[in-house]
Design a protein around this ligand. Structure first.
Ligand code: SF4
Length: 304
């Protein structure tokens, strides 16, 4: 098995060179995929990497909306995704109808979309945010009303820190982070005495227990800085690969109520190899949609 994996990795690396491909992988992807990628990061860093890429092809090992964002930020590149079925259930919770009438119902309102949205939703948004830049961007907006979608948890987390704006939330959530049980986290904290690391897609009860709350990048930075005996990690398990590298002597505990993201796990070495051979599936977006959907993303990049 090890030998087969080694051969597969060599084939991927050869194809990558031959076809001039940049492989990007999210922190939640499988460790062997992170291992072979040129760049690994959170949504914001990977969006920047995609925007600045000079390679002919970008292969995005993440979920669909990430591939779409890469296409919107660097439209001349061919964007491949190992499994076109890898979506984000949170992004799927928004219907375009949800945005109907928002601008009429609230005066001086900005529609702020978490990057975890499809291109058509982005096309009707004023600005996009990620968990690493949401505070900065929303604080800087001149509008008094903020319609935040889809993640009600991330939205509340930001709203609690910005007093001079009125927030209206969409009711979306991450079907994994939202179900981390605060009772379990509290119990683990009492039992082990470890610091609790929380992604703000978790509920406010879990956020309250966090010694560090932030994007995957912020959580990793915290581990790199503190290198403690152990941590209770309230985010997707793929992050442990990088946490272990940063602090190999620490113990990392994921609550049993934090389940792995099935869509992120659809990225494997096998389908990464296949997509490089076939140069497909490719992200294809309608020209006029691209024009409209890229605006809020570019605004995010400027405001970050
Ligand atoms: S972890 Fe949650 S928000 Fe992230 S891709 Fe999976 S379902 Fe979407």
């Amino acid at each position: 098995m090890e030998r087969e994996t080694k051969i597969l990795k060599e084939k991927i690396l050869r194809l990558k060179e031959e076809k001039d491909v940049l492989i990007l992988a999210h922190f939640y992807a499988n460790s062997e995929v992170q291992d072979i990628a040129d760049k690994v990061g959170d949504s914001f860093k990977l969006a920047k990497d995609a925007q600045n890429a000079k390679n002919k092809i970008i292969c995005f090992c993440g979920v669909n909306f990430m591939g779409e964002s890469a296409k919107l930020l660097n439209p001349d590149k061919k964007i491949l995704i190992p499994d076109i079925e890898a979506g984000c259930p949170m992004a799927d919770m928004v219907n375009l109808d949800d945005l109907d009438g928002i601008k009429e119902r609230y005066d001086d309102v900005a529609i702020v979309s978490y990057i975890n949205t499809k291109a058509d939703v982005k096309s009707r948004s004023d600005v996009c945010v990620t968990s690493s830049n949401a505070m900065k961007i929303v604080s800087a907006l001149p509008n008094k009303n903020i319609y935040f979608l889809p993640d009600k948890n991330l939205g509340s987390y930001i709203a609690n820190q910005i007093e001079d704006k009125n927030f209206i939330f969409h009711e979306g959530y991450c079907k994994y982070h939202n179900f981390v049980e605060h009772e379990e986290v509290e119990d683990l904290k009492n039992r082990y005495g470890y610091d609790v690391l929380v992604h703000p897609e978790c509920t406010s009860q879990v956020v309250e227990l966090g010694d560090c709350v932030g994007s995957t990048k912020a959580l990793l930075d915290y581990v790199g800085r503190t290198k403690k005996k152990g941590y209770i990690v309230c985010t997707e398990e793929g992050i442990l690969y990088q946490m272990n590298k940063l602090s190999p002597d620490s113990e990392f505990i994921i609550p049993s109520s934090m389940k792995p993201c099935e869509d992120m796990k659809k990225n494997s070495l096998e389908n990464l190899y296949r997509v490089l051979v076939d140069e497909g599936p490719e992200i294809i977006l309608d020209e006029s949609l691209m024009e409209r959907a890229s605006r809020p993303l570019k605004k995010m990049m400027e405001m970050s």
